[in-house]
Design a protein around this ligand. Structure first.
Ligand SMILES: Cc1cc2nc3c(=O)[nH]c(=O)nc-3n(C[C@H](O)[C@H](O)[C@H](O)COP(=O)(O)OP(=O)(O)OC[C@H]3O[C@@H](n4cnc5c(N)ncnc54)[C@H](O)[C@@H]3O)c2cc1C
Length: 364
């Protein structure tokens, strides 16, 4: 049997890069970390989705960056790059949303500086097998500490629209479009299509919920998070379902162009596409560990505790029955919502990453 290697990250997206940067900053060498993923460029999956809905500004603020240390945030980096104080001033009011371009340039910088490519192997991992003191990944390893960051398990499309393009796939806009959904991606696509001169039919099951985009700040505080962790399984799942409900922010930036287009007869709500040339599904992602073959197998092989679509985790994102003083199995990204409601954000990726590093340090 091969000697046990230090640690592995399964998956190669933004959460994996945030974790990699955290581990390197915490003193691990590149050759102590294996990254097994499908994309050498950790921004690729996200970049394509953001470009598809023409996202130009980040939804997150200055602190939504991938470097390990909290300081400097993206506003300070922008000040250094351009000499403009505007981002700093906006940050004070939590109103600075960096450009996607600046965020991507920063991500490439983190990737280069941390030596990501030296640790990366292109591979889709099919099975994680628990062994004494660690885990084998498709027979490779064992690794003492494994972080699983495999992202969303695919795009969701309602059955009747299974052949339609998804909002997160590259597309142009036809002249008469039906857009399915009522969340942030749908609202963004209404405005994109209207700006492109299209006529838009909105297909939705319910009236959109209007609320600020980000998970409430209380869940980022120790106290708020403590209260969340003390909820029963039923209450916790109900809270996560409530936070996941389709919504987009209130405000005139959304309302005015929609009201104007309604007056012009270019925007209306219907039950069916009604002769539209193009249907765009702005219907988000498939949900739950059951949809991710790797996680589904991990649950079955090890009889893991689950609740609804979530794997039950400790507050530090670890799987309790597979984590002890000698080994760690942690989740990051959307699959870690049981531990951190905003797990599917850059801030959430760092929450899991820092907890993972603390675990590794404990077993040094
Ligand atoms: C359009 C859009 C805009 C967003 N904007 C923001 C924002 O402004 N700020 C913010 O904080 N968050 C934002 N988010 C949320 C969040 O940052 C993303 O969802 C982020 O991509 C999550 O990173 P991830 O690594 O978990 O998943 P991904 O980036 O999807 O990466 C997962 C990777 O793992 C790979 N993989 C899957 N299964 C396996 C396997 N079995 N073996 C090996 N590899 C595997 C996948 O192919 C993929 O490469 C946005 C999300 C979207 C969709």
């Amino acid at each position: 049997m091969e000697p046990t290697r230090r640690c592995a990250i399964v998956g190669s997206g933004l959460a994996a890069l945030a974790a990699y940067a955290t581990l390197r900053h915490g003193g691990l060498a590149s050759n102590e970390i294996a990254v097994l993923g499908t994309h050498e460029d950790p921004t690729e999956v996200w970049r394509v989705r953001a470009a598809a809905i023409r996202q130009r500004q980040m939804r997150s603020e200055s602190d939504g960056h991938l470097a390990a240390a909290a300081f400097p945030g993206l506003a300070v980096r922008e000040l250094v790059r351009t000499g403009s104080l505007r981002p700093m001033v906006a940050t004070v009011a939590n109103r600075y949303h960096p450009s996607v371009e600046a965020f991507l340039a920063h991500a490439q910088d983190v990737r280069r500086r941390t030596g990501w490519s030296q640790s990366f192997t292109e591979r889709r991992v099919g099975r994680i097998t628990a062994r004494e003191g660690g885990f084998e990944l498709d027979g490779d390893g064992p690794f003492a500490h494994v972080l699983v960051a495999t992202g969303h398990p695919g795009l969701s499309r309602p059955g009747e629209f299974s052949g339609a393009v998804h909002a997160y796939e590259p597309h142009e806009y036809a002249s008469r479009i039906a857009i399915v959904g009522a969340g942030m991606a749908a609202a963004t696509e209404w405005l994109n299509a209207l700006a492109a001169g299209s006529e838009v039919v909105s297909i939705r099951r319910r009236e959109p919920l209007r609320r600020p985009l980000n998970v409430p700040r209380t869940f980022f505080s120790k106290r708020g998070l403590g209260a969340y962790h003390s909820l029963s399984n039923e209450q916790r799942a109900a809270k996560l379902r409530e936070l996941a409900a389709a919504s987009f922010p209130p405000g005139p930036a959304w309302d005015e162009p929609l009201a104007q287009a309604e007056r012009e007869g270019r925007f209306r709500v219907e039950l069916v596409p009604n002769g539209a040339e193009q249907v765009i599904c702005a219907t988000g992602f498939k949900r739950g560990f059951q949809e991710d073959p790797l996680l589904a197998r991990l649950v079955t092989d090890n009889g893991l505790a689950t609740f609804g679509r979530w794997i039950v985790l400790e507050p530090d994102s670890t799987i309790p029955t597979l984590t002890d003083n000698s080994r760690t199995l942690s989740l990051a990204g959307v699959a870690a919502q049981w531990a951190f409601p905003a797990a599917d954000t850059i801030a959430g990726a760092k929450y899991s990453a820092r907890a993972f590093l603390r675990r590794i340090c404990r077993t040094r």
